[in-house]
Design a binder for this molecule. Structure first.
Ligand SMILES: CC(C)(COP(=O)(O)OP(=O)(O)OC[C@H]1O[C@@H](n2cnc3c(N)ncnc32)[C@H](O)[C@@H]1OP(=O)(O)O)[C@@H](O)C(=O)NCCC(=O)NCCS
Length: 284
């Protein structure tokens, strides 16, 4: 995937929905990745009463994206656990420019000048420099193919990591979710938990990624090779089977016994069908 044309469409802009105190002093200074430098984000103050309609649209997007898997964000969780401690970003389109079908699907509010098309929520942890990815949703998951914006989900998360100068990121996903294809392509992904009974879905992976924009370039441009991963990691001889809970428990037992850390090859997960068995890697 090359730089998609929609990034240069003046009717589409990144948005930053963040309390002033939570906004980085110098957005985007940590990374050389230059796709976002020239974009002009819409910056909004979520606590201002006038922004509640935009907030409502983000919640609608969340509801449509997560309806199928039962992980809808309750409104108070959005406020207490996202707006207050973290920040929300994504891409928004000028409402008047949207196709009528998309407007219907997104249940747009015609009074809003801009409508969010994606969302990514990130919150800091008390560990210095480490953040937690709380939510990712993209309209691509539910609009007709002709209305999809190629790479919208991947670039929404990338924009937040770039904007916030985020170096290390935790996150959670289900092993058989297509979203893991994206999550494993922001830098080397270490498995923190392979089996997670404390979550609604025990077959969730908790991961930690050391953000490295060379990985983004590989994901966005298939022609680029994957050597940055294979130079540093080697096969462990173990595999993870996303649909085999006993296998996930076995890997988790090894992690708890500090036999890891184990990593996933970003290229393998991207190319294999969702839910395929994956090799586990260790540092060389
Ligand atoms: C997961 C999600 C955010 C991905 O966003 P998206 O905008 O669809 O993804 P992108 O366009 O950035 O995808 C980039 C690439 O990832 C891969 N990919 C994305 N979704 C995929 C899927 N369902 N199946 C297989 N590959 C997929 C493809 O290689 C795709 O490139 P392509 O479109 O050129 O084939 C979106 O599908 C979504 O909102 N899902 C519902 C909510 C959810 O599960 N969120 C994740 C919580 S952890």
């Amino acid at each position: 995937m090359k730089r998609p044309e929609w990034l240069d469409n003046k009717n589409i802009r990144p948005y930053v929905f963040a309390r002033k105190a939570n906004r980085p002093a110098q957005p985007g200074i940590a990374y050389p990745f230059d796709w976002f430098h020239d974009l002009d984000p819409l910056v909004m103050e979520p606590l201002a009463m006038k922004e509640v309609d935009f907030s409502n649209q983000i919640m609608i997007l969340d509801q449509i994206a997560f309806d199928a898997n039962g992980l809808l964000t309750p409104r108070w969780v959005f406020y207490d656990c996202a707006v207050m401690p973290g920040f929300i970003t994504g891409f928004a389109a000028r409402t008047s420019s949207l196709d009528v079908e998309v407007k219907k699907r997104l249940k747009v509010n015609e009074n809003l000048e801009w409508t969010p098309l994606s969302l990514f929520i990130v919150i800091p942890t008390p560990e210095t420099g480490r953040w937690m990815a709380h939510n990712l949703g993209s309209m691509n998951a539910f609009v007709d193919k002709k209305h999809k914006l190629s790479g919208l989900g991947f670039l929404s998360k990338a924009f937040a990591l770039w904007y916030g100068n985020i170096r290390e990121l935790y996150g959670v996903a289900q092993w058989n979710s297509p979203a893991l294809k994206l999550h494993a392509n922001y830098g080397p992904l270490e498995i923190v938990t392979a089996y997670t009974p404390i979550h609604d879905y025990a077959n969730s992976i908790t991961y930690r990624v050391w953000i490295d924009t060379l990985y983004w370039e590989h994901f966005l441009d298939e022609a680029k090779d994957n050597s940055q991963f294979l130079n540093k990691f080697q096969e462990s001889g173990l595999i993870v089977e996303p649909n085999n809970n006993q296998n996930l428990i076995d890997i988790q037992t090894r992690i708890e016994a500090e036999e890891g850390p184990y990593y996933i090859n970003p290229e393998e997960i991207l190319k294999n069908p969702v839910g395929s068995a994956l090799k586990l890697y260790i540092k060389k």
